[in-house]
Design a protein around this ligand. Sequence first.
Ligand code: AKG
Ligand code: FE2
Length: 315
Amino acid sequence: MHYVNLEDKAGISETYKKEGYVIVPNLISKEKIDYFLEGYEKLKKKKFYIIRAQDTNRPEKLEVNKQGFIEHSIWNPHYHVLANKFSDGVYKIITDKGISDVLEAISGEPKHTIWQSMFFDKSTGTVAHQDHYYLDTDPPGGVVGIWVALEDITDECGPFYVYPTSHLGVIANREAEHNEDYVGAIANALAYKDYEKVNCTVKKGDVIFWHSCTIHGSNENKNPAKSRKSITGHYFPNSFTKLGTMAHGYIQVDPTMPTINPAIDQWKKSSLQKHVRHLRYGVRYFLNSLSKKQVKVEMKTIDGEYQGKRYEKKK
Ligand SMILES: O=C(O)CCC(=O)C(=O)O
Ligand SMILES: [Fe+2]
Protein backbone atom coordinates (compact mmCIF):
# COMPACT_ATOMS: atom_id res chain seq x y z
CA MET A 1 0.00 0.00 0.00
CA HIS A 2 1.35 3.40 -0.94
CA TYR A 3 0.97 5.83 1.95
CA VAL A 4 2.08 9.47 1.66
CA ASN A 5 1.61 12.07 4.40
CA LEU A 6 -0.40 15.22 3.77
CA GLU A 7 2.68 17.43 4.21
CA ASP A 8 4.44 15.75 1.26
CA LYS A 9 2.52 17.33 -1.63
CA ALA A 10 5.13 16.38 -4.26
CA GLY A 11 5.06 12.77 -3.00
CA ILE A 12 1.26 12.69 -3.25
CA SER A 13 1.34 13.96 -6.82
CA GLU A 14 4.13 11.60 -7.93
CA THR A 15 2.58 8.52 -6.33
CA TYR A 16 -0.86 9.26 -7.79
CA LYS A 17 0.58 9.75 -11.28
CA LYS A 18 2.74 6.64 -11.14
CA GLU A 19 0.52 4.22 -9.19
CA GLY A 20 -2.95 5.56 -10.01
CA TYR A 21 -3.76 5.85 -6.32
CA VAL A 22 -2.37 7.17 -3.06
CA ILE A 23 -3.38 6.72 0.59
CA VAL A 24 -3.10 9.69 2.92
CA PRO A 25 -3.06 8.44 6.52
CA ASN A 26 -5.04 10.01 9.32
CA LEU A 27 -6.58 12.70 7.10
CA ILE A 28 -10.08 12.90 8.63
CA SER A 29 -10.28 13.58 12.35
CA LYS A 30 -11.82 11.02 14.73
CA GLU A 31 -14.17 13.80 15.96
CA LYS A 32 -15.59 14.35 12.46
CA ILE A 33 -16.07 10.62 11.96
CA ASP A 34 -17.69 10.17 15.38
CA TYR A 35 -20.07 13.09 14.66
CA PHE A 36 -21.12 11.30 11.46
CA LEU A 37 -21.53 8.00 13.34
CA GLU A 38 -23.94 9.67 15.80
CA GLY A 39 -26.06 10.76 12.81
CA TYR A 40 -25.85 7.25 11.38
CA GLU A 41 -27.17 5.75 14.67
CA LYS A 42 -30.11 8.17 14.49
CA LEU A 43 -30.81 7.23 10.87
CA LYS A 44 -30.96 3.52 11.77
CA LYS A 45 -33.79 4.19 14.21
CA LYS A 46 -36.09 5.43 11.43
CA LYS A 47 -39.08 3.13 11.03
CA PHE A 48 -39.72 3.56 7.31
CA TYR A 49 -37.12 5.25 5.17
CA ILE A 50 -36.38 4.93 1.46
CA ILE A 51 -32.92 5.39 0.03
CA ARG A 52 -31.53 5.20 -3.46
CA ALA A 53 -29.25 2.18 -3.15
CA GLN A 54 -25.98 2.38 -5.02
CA ASP A 55 -25.46 -1.40 -5.14
CA THR A 56 -28.79 -2.30 -6.78
CA ASN A 57 -29.12 1.06 -8.54
CA ARG A 58 -32.75 1.62 -7.47
CA PRO A 59 -34.79 2.81 -4.47
CA GLU A 60 -34.74 0.42 -1.51
CA LYS A 61 -36.12 0.41 2.01
CA LEU A 62 -33.48 1.11 4.62
CA GLU A 63 -33.10 -2.23 6.33
CA VAL A 64 -30.98 -2.94 9.35
CA ASN A 65 -29.85 -6.57 9.53
CA LYS A 66 -29.57 -8.87 12.58
CA GLN A 67 -26.06 -7.64 13.31
CA GLY A 68 -27.29 -4.04 13.26
CA PHE A 69 -25.86 -3.02 9.87
CA ILE A 70 -27.43 -1.45 6.78
CA GLU A 71 -27.07 -3.90 3.88
CA HIS A 72 -27.43 -1.48 0.96
CA SER A 73 -24.92 1.20 0.11
CA ILE A 74 -26.56 4.64 0.07
CA TRP A 75 -26.17 6.92 -2.92
CA ASN A 76 -25.55 10.65 -2.26
CA PRO A 77 -26.05 10.56 1.52
CA HIS A 78 -25.13 14.26 1.70
CA TYR A 79 -28.55 15.08 0.11
CA HIS A 80 -30.59 13.39 2.84
CA VAL A 81 -32.65 16.32 4.09
CA LEU A 82 -34.81 13.93 6.13
CA ALA A 83 -31.84 12.70 8.15
CA ASN A 84 -30.09 15.94 9.01
CA LYS A 85 -27.24 14.85 11.21
CA PHE A 86 -26.36 11.85 9.04
CA SER A 87 -26.34 14.04 5.96
CA ASP A 88 -24.43 16.85 7.67
CA GLY A 89 -21.83 14.35 8.91
CA VAL A 90 -21.20 13.21 5.33
CA TYR A 91 -21.12 16.81 4.09
CA LYS A 92 -18.48 17.78 6.70
CA ILE A 93 -16.29 14.85 5.69
CA ILE A 94 -16.51 15.28 1.90
CA THR A 95 -15.75 19.01 2.20
CA ASP A 96 -12.80 18.51 4.57
CA LYS A 97 -9.82 20.83 4.05
CA GLY A 98 -7.41 17.86 4.07
CA ILE A 99 -9.29 16.40 1.10
CA SER A 100 -9.19 19.62 -0.93
CA ASP A 101 -5.48 20.00 -0.16
CA VAL A 102 -4.79 16.52 -1.52
CA LEU A 103 -7.02 17.15 -4.57
CA GLU A 104 -5.01 20.29 -5.30
CA ALA A 105 -1.75 18.36 -4.96
CA ILE A 106 -3.09 15.78 -7.44
CA SER A 107 -4.61 18.03 -10.11
CA GLY A 108 -2.62 21.23 -9.58
CA GLU A 109 -5.94 23.12 -9.51
CA PRO A 110 -7.24 25.13 -6.56
CA LYS A 111 -10.95 24.28 -6.92
CA HIS A 112 -12.89 21.03 -7.35
CA THR A 113 -16.53 20.02 -7.54
CA ILE A 114 -17.96 17.06 -5.66
CA TRP A 115 -19.93 15.00 -8.19
CA GLN A 116 -21.43 12.36 -5.88
CA SER A 117 -20.97 10.57 -2.58
CA MET A 118 -21.84 7.12 -1.17
CA PHE A 119 -22.06 5.53 2.24
CA PHE A 120 -21.30 1.85 2.88
CA ASP A 121 -22.03 0.20 6.23
CA LYS A 122 -20.93 -3.19 4.89
CA SER A 123 -19.00 -4.30 1.84
CA THR A 124 -21.33 -4.94 -1.08
CA GLY A 125 -18.54 -6.73 -2.97
CA THR A 126 -18.24 -4.14 -5.72
CA VAL A 127 -17.22 -5.68 -9.05
CA ALA A 128 -13.83 -4.56 -10.48
CA HIS A 129 -14.36 -1.45 -12.60
CA GLN A 130 -13.00 1.91 -13.67
CA ASP A 131 -15.03 4.90 -12.54
CA HIS A 132 -14.50 6.16 -16.08
CA TYR A 133 -17.51 3.98 -17.02
CA TYR A 134 -19.88 5.86 -14.73
CA LEU A 135 -18.46 9.32 -14.44
CA ASP A 136 -15.46 11.03 -15.90
CA THR A 137 -14.32 14.32 -17.31
CA ASP A 138 -13.70 15.64 -20.80
CA PRO A 139 -10.84 15.01 -21.47
CA PRO A 140 -10.95 11.70 -19.53
CA GLY A 141 -8.93 10.98 -16.42
CA GLY A 142 -9.87 14.08 -14.40
CA VAL A 143 -12.22 12.46 -11.89
CA VAL A 144 -10.62 11.58 -8.57
CA GLY A 145 -12.32 9.04 -6.29
CA ILE A 146 -11.89 9.08 -2.53
CA TRP A 147 -12.59 6.32 0.00
CA VAL A 148 -12.73 7.40 3.65
CA ALA A 149 -12.31 4.64 6.25
CA LEU A 150 -14.73 5.29 9.11
CA GLU A 151 -13.27 2.39 11.10
CA ASP A 152 -10.21 0.12 10.95
CA ILE A 153 -10.57 -2.16 7.93
CA THR A 154 -9.46 -5.81 8.03
CA ASP A 155 -9.60 -8.62 5.44
CA GLU A 156 -12.78 -9.95 7.04
CA CYS A 157 -14.65 -6.69 6.30
CA GLY A 158 -14.23 -7.04 2.52
CA PRO A 159 -11.75 -4.22 1.89
CA PHE A 160 -11.61 -1.86 -1.06
CA TYR A 161 -8.89 -2.88 -3.52
CA VAL A 162 -6.94 -1.27 -6.36
CA TYR A 163 -4.76 -2.51 -9.21
CA PRO A 164 -1.85 -0.05 -9.13
CA THR A 165 -0.70 1.40 -12.48
CA SER A 166 -3.83 0.06 -14.27
CA HIS A 167 -4.78 3.68 -15.05
CA LEU A 168 -1.95 3.65 -17.61
CA GLY A 169 -3.29 0.57 -19.39
CA VAL A 170 -6.50 -0.30 -21.24
CA ILE A 171 -9.64 1.77 -20.71
CA ALA A 172 -12.76 -0.43 -20.84
CA ASN A 173 -15.42 0.72 -23.28
CA ARG A 174 -18.11 2.95 -21.79
CA GLU A 175 -20.66 1.71 -24.33
CA ALA A 176 -21.13 -1.70 -22.62
CA GLU A 177 -24.80 -1.97 -21.74
CA HIS A 178 -24.73 -5.23 -19.88
CA ASN A 179 -22.84 -6.15 -16.79
CA GLU A 180 -21.42 -9.30 -18.47
CA ASP A 181 -19.89 -7.26 -21.30
CA TYR A 182 -18.37 -4.77 -18.91
CA VAL A 183 -16.96 -7.44 -16.60
CA GLY A 184 -15.38 -9.04 -19.68
CA ALA A 185 -13.90 -5.73 -20.80
CA ILE A 186 -12.33 -5.22 -17.38
CA ALA A 187 -10.96 -8.77 -17.42
CA ASN A 188 -9.30 -7.90 -20.76
CA ALA A 189 -7.93 -4.68 -19.32
CA LEU A 190 -6.48 -6.64 -16.39
CA ALA A 191 -5.01 -9.23 -18.74
CA TYR A 192 -3.08 -6.46 -20.51
CA LYS A 193 -0.47 -6.63 -17.77
CA ASP A 194 -0.03 -8.79 -14.72
CA TYR A 195 -1.23 -6.14 -12.30
CA GLU A 196 -0.89 -6.83 -8.61
CA LYS A 197 -4.08 -6.50 -6.53
CA VAL A 198 -3.72 -4.38 -3.40
CA ASN A 199 -6.31 -4.86 -0.64
CA CYS A 200 -6.51 -1.58 1.26
CA THR A 201 -6.71 -2.64 4.90
CA VAL A 202 -6.53 0.97 6.05
CA LYS A 203 -7.21 2.56 9.45
CA LYS A 204 -10.00 4.84 10.64
CA GLY A 205 -9.42 8.35 9.22
CA ASP A 206 -7.17 7.21 6.33
CA VAL A 207 -8.30 8.27 2.85
CA ILE A 208 -7.58 6.50 -0.45
CA PHE A 209 -7.49 8.69 -3.61
CA TRP A 210 -7.60 7.04 -7.06
CA HIS A 211 -7.68 7.92 -10.75
CA SER A 212 -10.87 7.41 -12.82
CA CYS A 213 -9.08 4.82 -14.99
CA THR A 214 -7.59 2.83 -12.09
CA ILE A 215 -9.27 -0.58 -11.83
CA HIS A 216 -10.71 -1.06 -8.35
CA GLY A 217 -13.55 -2.73 -6.46
CA SER A 218 -14.11 -4.39 -3.12
CA ASN A 219 -13.92 -7.92 -1.73
CA GLU A 220 -16.95 -9.72 -0.35
CA ASN A 221 -17.58 -9.56 3.38
CA LYS A 222 -16.16 -12.68 5.07
CA ASN A 223 -17.72 -12.28 8.51
CA PRO A 224 -21.31 -11.00 8.93
CA ALA A 225 -20.39 -9.59 12.34
CA LYS A 226 -17.99 -7.16 10.65
CA SER A 227 -19.09 -3.88 9.15
CA ARG A 228 -16.98 -1.86 6.71
CA LYS A 229 -18.04 1.71 7.31
CA SER A 230 -16.82 4.02 4.61
CA ILE A 231 -17.77 7.14 2.67
CA THR A 232 -16.72 7.56 -0.93
CA GLY A 233 -16.73 10.66 -3.10
CA HIS A 234 -15.92 11.62 -6.68
CA TYR A 235 -14.50 15.03 -7.55
CA PHE A 236 -13.22 16.81 -10.62
CA PRO A 237 -11.17 19.98 -11.11
CA ASN A 238 -13.38 22.93 -12.03
CA SER A 239 -11.64 23.55 -15.36
CA PHE A 240 -13.03 20.24 -16.72
CA THR A 241 -16.46 19.40 -18.11
CA LYS A 242 -18.42 16.14 -18.04
CA LEU A 243 -17.23 13.41 -20.40
CA GLY A 244 -18.90 13.11 -23.76
CA THR A 245 -20.13 16.65 -24.09
CA MET A 246 -17.19 18.54 -25.67
CA ALA A 247 -17.41 16.43 -28.83
CA HIS A 248 -21.04 17.53 -29.22
CA GLY A 249 -19.94 21.12 -29.33
CA TYR A 250 -21.15 22.20 -25.94
CA ILE A 251 -19.83 22.23 -22.43
CA GLN A 252 -21.94 20.54 -19.84
CA VAL A 253 -21.44 21.14 -16.17
CA ASP A 254 -24.42 21.37 -13.85
CA PRO A 255 -24.71 24.67 -12.01
CA THR A 256 -22.59 24.64 -8.88
CA MET A 257 -22.67 26.46 -5.57
CA PRO A 258 -20.05 26.81 -2.84
CA THR A 259 -19.75 24.47 0.15
CA ILE A 260 -18.35 25.33 3.59
CA ASN A 261 -14.91 24.81 2.03
CA PRO A 262 -14.09 27.51 -0.60
CA ALA A 263 -11.95 24.96 -2.50
CA ILE A 264 -14.90 22.56 -3.01
CA ASP A 265 -18.13 23.29 -4.91
CA GLN A 266 -21.23 21.12 -5.12
CA TRP A 267 -24.12 20.81 -7.59
CA LYS A 268 -26.69 23.49 -6.95
CA LYS A 269 -29.71 21.79 -5.35
CA SER A 270 -32.29 23.61 -3.26
CA SER A 271 -33.85 22.09 -0.18
CA LEU A 272 -37.07 21.73 -2.18
CA GLN A 273 -35.26 19.78 -4.93
CA LYS A 274 -33.79 17.46 -2.30
CA HIS A 275 -37.23 16.85 -0.78
CA VAL A 276 -38.71 16.16 -4.23
CA ARG A 277 -35.91 13.69 -4.92
CA HIS A 278 -36.80 11.78 -1.72
CA LEU A 279 -40.42 11.78 -2.62
CA ARG A 280 -39.61 10.40 -6.09
CA TYR A 281 -37.63 7.52 -4.58
CA GLY A 282 -40.58 6.78 -2.28
CA VAL A 283 -43.03 6.71 -5.19
CA ARG A 284 -40.74 4.54 -7.31
CA TYR A 285 -40.19 2.15 -4.43
CA PHE A 286 -43.95 1.89 -3.92
CA LEU A 287 -44.59 1.26 -7.63
CA ASN A 288 -41.81 -1.34 -7.81
CA SER A 289 -43.27 -3.17 -4.84
CA LEU A 290 -46.74 -3.24 -6.46
CA SER A 291 -45.41 -4.53 -9.73
CA LYS A 292 -45.49 -8.29 -10.26
CA LYS A 293 -43.31 -7.82 -13.31
CA GLN A 294 -39.58 -8.25 -13.44
CA VAL A 295 -37.98 -4.99 -12.40
CA LYS A 296 -35.41 -4.01 -14.98
CA VAL A 297 -32.15 -2.99 -13.44
CA GLU A 298 -29.47 -1.21 -15.44
CA MET A 299 -25.75 -1.68 -14.89
CA LYS A 300 -25.22 -2.74 -11.32
CA THR A 301 -22.03 -2.69 -9.39
CA ILE A 302 -22.29 -5.79 -7.24
CA ASP A 303 -20.08 -8.80 -7.60
CA GLY A 304 -20.72 -12.47 -6.95
CA GLU A 305 -24.08 -14.08 -7.50
CA TYR A 306 -25.74 -10.89 -8.71
CA GLN A 307 -23.19 -10.33 -11.41
CA GLY A 308 -24.75 -9.78 -14.78
CA LYS A 309 -28.17 -11.02 -13.75
CA ARG A 310 -31.53 -9.34 -13.68
CA TYR A 311 -33.85 -9.47 -10.72
CA GLU A 312 -35.91 -12.62 -10.33
CA LYS A 313 -39.61 -12.38 -10.95
CA LYS A 314 -41.51 -11.52 -7.80
CA LYS A 315 -43.60 -14.42 -6.47
O1 AKG B 1 -16.31 0.66 -1.66
C1 AKG B 1 -16.75 0.02 -2.61
O2 AKG B 1 -17.26 -1.10 -2.48
C2 AKG B 1 -16.67 0.58 -4.01
C3 AKG B 1 -16.54 2.05 -4.10
C4 AKG B 1 -16.30 2.52 -5.48
O3 AKG B 1 -16.10 1.79 -6.41
C5 AKG B 1 -16.33 3.96 -5.75
O4 AKG B 1 -16.63 4.74 -4.85
O5 AKG B 1 -16.02 4.36 -6.88
FE1 FE2 C 1 -15.70 2.95 -8.25
